[in-house]
Design a protein around this ligand. Sequence first.
Ligand code: HEM
Length: 173
Amino acid sequence: MDPLMILDVLSRWVHVGTAVVLVGGSVFMRYVLMPAASTTLQEADHDALRQQLMARWKKYVMIGIVLLLASGLYNYVKVAIPNHKGDGFYHGLMGTKILLGIAVFFLGSALVGRSAKLEGIRRNRARWLSVLILLAGIVIAIGGLLKVAAKGTPQQIPAPALLEVPPEGALLG
Ligand code: HEM
């Protein structure tokens, strides 16, 4: 296999794998852990658990954002742009996907961060985490749509010399 193709596959694995971990973790936290913790824990224990969770989850969020951005940009610049030259449908939707992805990164960082200006987002954690999950769902849906509905034009591969038609009579000696 062409070494550059290995890089293409690796960057896709990293992109999709990171999305699975981050979005899966967010869904678990919002719809399983948060309701279970608020119905069983006292205020002080709940605060301590939240503090511990955020300190650990923050590392996943920060590394995840770097991986999604790096692999996404690689996929777009190296693979998608050459295969979708002049395809307004593809690039319009991809632009929307990238902007929504940046909104998801912002909310994810605000929820695990400490900036006083973004305290309002952390005070309404459940609501903003739901918004994050909804936006991430749309980002994934657009990614899937582009993969299936916008096929693109694969770059031309020159026919191997062996497949060239021999001149008339050449095979008869
Ligand atoms: C919340 C952030 C993001 C999530 C959850 C996400 C998720 C995904 C998923 C699941 C796919 C695979 C779709 C499929 O094959 O069915 C995908 C494809 C892709 N993503 Fe992302 N992504 C995010 C952000 C980004 C960013 C910031 C960029 C670019 C800078 C990007 C660029 C791409 C590209 C180029 C593809 C390939 C689309 C194609 O097959 O033509 N993504 N994304």
